[in-house]
Design a protein around this ligand. Structure first.
Ligand SMILES: Cc1ncc(COP(=O)(O)O)c(C=O)c1O
Length: 410
């Protein structure tokens, strides 16, 4: 069993050990990882790292001490709200990731319903599409709510009418994804929000993936479902900076349409001997580096930089869709952004995945229907040709006929 060493080890020995430990990790720089990393070029990475290190020791819990971080956070929030058509009264804060943003949105919706005496005596419920991220169920588990997952429409998007039918007096939140992670498709946010508004229920848009990607795809003239505060009825939006904001990990944003909704994000306490304690976040201490890095990358790239990267990621997705269809497989639904999943009626997709895995591509899957899943970034751009060649070989090896049910691990 490993124990804390009695004596310390010099950095000169630790550094090579750290490097060697990563040798068997997925070669993400070579585009071998289907998710987990969002690379936007070495220059962007350099900016993110340098800014992180400059504020490595500072703590986002102590904004009274670190005016720098307070300024960075408020400017990041303002930039995010600008992209997502926030209004005069819109507010927000940074969190450490998508899961925390969703957790806090659920907490805010629950507390808003409590304050408004909505929800009755039953367990408060969240109505969400089958494709929504598990973070909602995690939040519901911790916060004492229930989730009601509603089947999707045939195009893998949320089904607004079925969601409306699932709303009850206990519903405190309705969710749409922009896009949903499994198939990468945008839910019909306007239709869902209209039902939520007419029932007087909080509508949350999970734009953890699309929040810093979809606005640029829209500006590039792509057809992308409206999903932000321009849609009436949308009350909160989660948008991750450590995905397509290209910031260091540990950075997301949670936005609210108005100050009353935002007021439920915070938690306050003073029954202890150290005075009033108040945080907007679930966590206490926050990495100053993650806040500084988000600020630096947003300013480094600017709209023009994000547009350039977004265009390249969209072209990569198109090249994969084209290549996959040449091999007799098909894209699942109509993805509008950076995620693509594809399946096949002719080939055993599980066997195709294993063939790719054998050739060094860590393979991600969707299970329903069976398919292969990619969340794209610039590491994938130069290897599309190689990926498709290996896929052709994997398809040739794979048996025909539909895949057995896939047992996929995230
Ligand atoms: C749509 C969506 N929401 C939320 C999350 C959770 O984000 P995180 O892993 O940063 O907690 C993800 C992660 O992939 C996601 O795809």
């Amino acid at each position: 069993m490993t124990r804390l060493p009695i004596e310390g080890t010099p950095w000169a020995e630790l550094e090579p050990e750290l490097r060697a430990a990563g040798e068997n990790d997925v070669a993400w720089r070579d585009g071998r990882s289907p998710a987990f990393v969002h690379f936007a070029g070495d220059d962007v990475l350099e900016v993110a790292k340098k800014a992180y290190l400059m504020y490595f020791s500072e703590n986002g819990l102590g904004l009274r001490a670190f005016h720098s971080l307070a300024r960075f956070e408020s400017e990041v929030v303002a930039m995010g709200l600008g992209l997502l058509h926030g209004g005069e009264g819109s507010r927000g804060a940074m969190t450490t990731g998508g899961t925390e943003s969703i957790f806090l949105a659920v907490k805010a919706a629950r507390d808003h319903a409590r304050a408004a005496n909505r929800g009755g005596a039953g367990v408060p419920q969240i109505v969400l599409p089958y494709s929504a991220h598990p973070a909602f169920d995690k939040a519901a588990y911790f916060l004492g709510l229930e989730t009601v997952r509603v089947p999707l429409a045939a195009d893998f998007k949320a089904n607004p009418a079925a969601m409306a039918a699932a709303i009850t007096p206990s519903t405190v939140m309705v969710v749409g994804s922009a896009p949903a992670y499994p198939h990468g498709v945008m839910d019909p946010i306007a239709a869902i929000a209209a039902h939520a508004a007419s029932a007087g229920v909080w509508m949350h848009v999970d734009a953890c993936v699309g929040g810093y990607f979809a606005p640029f795809a829209q500006k590039l003239g792509r057809e992308v479902e409206a999903f932000d505060f321009s849609v009436p009825g949308v009350r909160s939006i989660s948008a991750d900076l450590h995905k397509y904001g290209y910031a260091a990990k540990g950075a997301s944003t949670l936005f609210f349409a108005d100050p009353e909704s935002f007021s439920h994000m915070a938690w306050k306490f003073d029954n202890w001997p150290r005075g009033q304690y108040m945080t907007n976040t679930l966590v206490g201490t926050r990495a100053g580096g993650a806040i500084a890095s988000a600020w630096a990358v947003m300013n480094y790239l600017g709209e023009e930089g994000y547009l350039r990267i977004t265009e390249r990621v969209l072209a990569t997705r198109q090249a994969i869709e084209d290549g996959v269809s040449r091999l007799g497989m098909h894209t699942l639904g109509r993805p509008e952004l950076s995620i693509v999943a594809f399946g096949s009626e002719r080939h055993d997709i599980g066997a195709v995945g294993q063939g790719l895995q054998k050739r060094g591509w860590l393979t991600g899957y969707v299970t329903d229907p069976p398919g292969i899943h990619l969340m794209l970034n610039l590491t994938h751009e130069p290897v599309v040709g190689r990926y498709l060649e290996d896929m052709a070989a994997a398809v040739a090896e794979a048996g025909s006929g539909p895949a057995a049910k896939l047992q996929a691990v995230y």
